[in-house]
Design a protein around this ligand. Structure first.
Ligand SMILES: [Zn+2]
Length: 244
């Protein structure tokens, strides 16, 4: 956005960028711009400004494990983790030596772009208890759902990730078909609890009171087919066609 003078900013070369970090795949930059172009209308400006390849570092496996434990606590288990977003520092760390570095970076950028970052969609009740209104499993489902959309535009194949393969992304797709793309994007990329509550209310209005809670719990239990079975009867007239 320009300043308050009403004059357009002068045209000219952008200030010199710091050199890109080594070992970061060059396919990262274009998808980041695509996140901004595709979802930018829903993302607050400060979060939008933070989306950058500069926040990504590729670490050796040993360094990655140390960084993961430092960010998530000494008891955190880094085995099998390929990347993570640290909301407290705004940094993304990727494990070296794995294929698909670009897709992992893209998935983590999506977390960085999302509502509340790492802690998104946790709501504090009046006793300061954390209430998982969406839950970890659905959070990742939506993250890979949006990652799929950007990956597709760049001929990157995200289809064999764990979250696509285990069926949770299909739950996110059903929810989006039920309540509409804008409601889901507002919840995921918007700010605070309100757009999340709007999405939850939209599901319950469409499918019956308590539906969201059931679907969330089934997903937390890993029963993604069960969650879809709850939603799919409502994906009839008026809803966008479900993904095959
Ligand atoms: Zn994730």
């Amino acid at each position: 956005m320009g300043g308050g003078t009403g004059d357009p900013p002068p045209e000219g070369p952008a200030p010199a960028e710091p050199p890109a970090p080594p070992a970061l795949p060059t396919e990262v930059d274009a998808p980041i711009q695509d996140i901004k172009d595709t979802f930018g209308d829903f993302i607050p400006q400060d979060r939008l400004d933070g989306l950058s390849a500069d926040r990504v570092r590729v670490l050796s496996s040993q360094e990655f494990d140390q960084a993961y434990r430092a960010a998530r606590g000494r008891g955190a288990d880094p085995r099998g983790v390929m990347g993570f977003y640290d909301a407290t520092t705004g940094q993304i760390r990727i494990r070296a030596g794995k294929a698909r570095l670009g897709l992992t970076a893209l998935h983590e950028q999506m977390h960085a772009a999302s509502n509340g970052g790492e802690f998104n969609w946790l709501v504090f009740d009046s006793h300061d208890n954390i209430v998982p209104r969406v839950g970890q499993k659905l959070k990742e489902a939506f993250t890979d759902h949006f990652t799929n959309q950007i990956a597709r535009n760049h001929a990157l194949d995200n289809s064999d990730t764990l979250y696509n393969a285990d069926g949770r992304v299909a739950v996110a797709e059903d929810i989006e078909s039920l309540v509409g793309e804008n409601v889901v994007r507002q919840a995921y990329f918007g700010d605070g609890a309100e757009p999340v509550e709007d999405m939850i209310r939209a599901v319950d209005e469409r499918c019956g009171e308590g539906t969201w809670g059931r679907v969330r719990q089934l997903c937390e239990n890993g029963d993604f087919a069960g969650a879809r079975a709850v939603l799919r009867p409502h994906l009839g007239a008026g809803a966008a066609p479900a993904a095959p």
